[in-house]
Design a protein around this ligand. Structure first.
Ligand code: G1P
Length: 277
């Protein structure tokens, strides 16, 4: 039902400098796979086969990754090394990749609005690939969210409980609990201090958005840090319509920070990775 997924990938990876000086942060490998490929695989698992990148200068390696590398394919054809390409070949077989360039960094809301020509008038997913999510016991986070979308037909954000001292890193929601782990949102604040946070339920980088969000974003003035915030647009949508927040099943690693990235690497090596054979 939801066929497209937007990946805002234009941001700088300043926390990983100098590694990200000439390489996109989304291409940093978690063991043997670039961070962004995990997000793309999660989207495809949820049936979102059109993957739309909002990209920018210095990010060509991402779109090259989701294309054939002709020389490489030619060199290793018929050798045992082909198995190392299996996961990306599967992604290329199933996905269609589109991209638009964001010329200026004006916030996540602006990045999502920049993706409008790739999405059009239909509901879509958004993945922030810094948030790496796994659910080894069942459906991935986006797939869990698309099942909810079928029921509620409105925008949905994924949430997780965080310690109060970390609310300043996230959009934080408040809402009415409809059932275990599912809230109808009535407030949302971008990166509040603990004393201003409406709860400890933080938004993580998985969204299902209905396309009316684009008109709302166009009318949303810059907010926190002078940037157009998707959180502000979603609050508007919650006030005039409906936004749900969903405590997803699974684990999430903050790969936008060095400690989270190292934790994710250890987790993947121990629980997910297997040597191609
Ligand atoms: C963005 C959003 C924030 C959300 C977070 C999830 O912030 O603005 O609301 O909680 O992603 O990772 P960023 O981490 O890009 O500063």
């Amino acid at each position: 039902m939801i066929k497209k997924c937007l990946f805002p990938v234009a941001g700088y990876g300043t926390r990983f400098l100098p590694a990200t000086k000439s390489m996109p942060k989304e291409m940093l490998p978690v063991v043997n796979k670039p961070l962004v490929q995990y997000g793309v695989e999660e989207a495809i698992e949820a049936g979102m086969n059109t993957i739309s990148f909002v990209t920018g200068r210095g990010k060509r390696a991402i779109t090259d990754h989701f294309d054939i590398s002709y020389e490489l394919e030619h060199q290793i054809a018929g050798t045992g090394k082909e198995a190392y390409l299996d996961s990306i070949r599967d992604v290329l077989d199933e996905g269609v990749f589109t991209m638009v360039r964001q010329r200026e960094m004006k916030g996540l809301g602006h990045a999502i609005l920049t993706g409008e020509p790739l999405i059009g008038n239909e509901p879509f997913g958004v993945v922030l690939s810094d948030d790496l999510c796994f659910n080894e016991d069942g459906d991935g986070v986006l797939r869990q969210m698309t099942a909810l979308y079928k029921q509620f037909r409105c925008s949905i954000v994924a949430i997780q409980e965080v310690p109060p001292e970390e609310t300043h890193k996230y959009g934080v929601i408040a809402g009415v609990a409809l059932k275990d782990g599912l809230y109808r949102v009535d407030d949302m604040v971008e990166k509040p201090k603990p004393e201003d946070a409406p709860s400890n339920l933080a938004i993580i980088g998985r969204y299902i958005l209905t396309p009316d969000i684009f008109d709302i974003l166009r009318a949303t003035p810059p907010g926190k840090n002078g940037e157009v915030q998707i959180t502000d647009a979603l609050l508007q949508q919650a006030k005039t319509g409906c936004v749900m927040a969903y405590k997803f099943k699974g684990r999430r690693f903050d790969c936008g920070s060095v400690p989270g990235f190292v934790e994710a690497t250890n987790y993947v090596y121990e629980n997910i990775y297997s040597e191609p054979s």
